[in-house]
Design a protein around this ligand. Sequence first.
Ligand SMILES: O=c1ccn([C@@H]2O[C@H](COP(=O)(O)O)[C@@H](O)[C@H]2O)c(=O)[nH]1
Length: 278
Amino acid sequence: MRFFERLADRIERTDSVVSVGLDPDPDRIPEFLADADLPRWAFNRRIIDATHEHAACYKPNAAFYEDADGWRALRETVAYAAGKDVPVLLDAKRADIGNTTRQYAEVLDWVDAITVNPYMGRDSLQPFLDREGKGVFVLCRTSNPGGSDLQDLELDSGEPLYQRVAALADVWNADGDVGLVVGATTTEELATVRELVPEIPFLVPGVGAQGGDAEAAVEHGLAAYPHSDADVSVGLVNSSRGIIFAGEESSRPDDEATYFGAAGDAAKRLKKRLNRHR
Ligand SMILES: O=c1ccn([C@@H]2O[C@H](COP(=O)(O)O)[C@@H](O)[C@H]2O)c(=O)[nH]1
């Protein structure tokens, strides 16, 4: 089953477009897990247990796993999410010359989708696009303040670079496996990109800790996915720290059940909030 078909089914079954970001910052893993064999995996497993009912997808960011133990923790996490039938989108923002991207694309043997960087152009993305049925989310207009430095630059045609990226992604989307990353912190651009490419699902990060606009994320992030039986629009609104570290603000952050219960509550709250605008 293609990534977006599977995502459509998942969204329909959970009634949720929430992507739960798995960014287990080692400095924020609670003390009570410090002695676990792989603390990041121990943390993620409990987060998955607490949130999977409300998760359309899990989005681990590769930056939090790029060491030997980290990669093991990531493999365990992905396998566990698969056991709960939740798709996994690896936020890796990869791409390079074709020969190197072929190696990067190997990760799609065991994750369902990936974020990629379009800066090096089509051939740098081809090995990802060649992986049939895997989701490929192209960075378009990112949520960080410096996203405007390059992405808003006007080309000779007068269009900003991020709009050209959206148009190219539409061309690259011949098989229906391409999505776009557009931040919830840039609502005007979010609306503009949606107008330009009505049929591409977005991953919208920046809700929660970055203070992005959750309502706009839903309004513009979703797109009808014609290749699925599920009667839902497809797209993802991601929150990472706002969900996984919600336990830090709970009444008993040292208590495991209370800590992870807060993550489950945060995911459920976000799901309900987004659903009010779907
Ligand atoms: O434009 C982008 C692209 C990716 N991200 C990533 O999403 C999460 C957001 O984390 P929060 O804790 O919810 O802020 C994180 O992995 C980012 O690297 C993004 O924020 N913006």
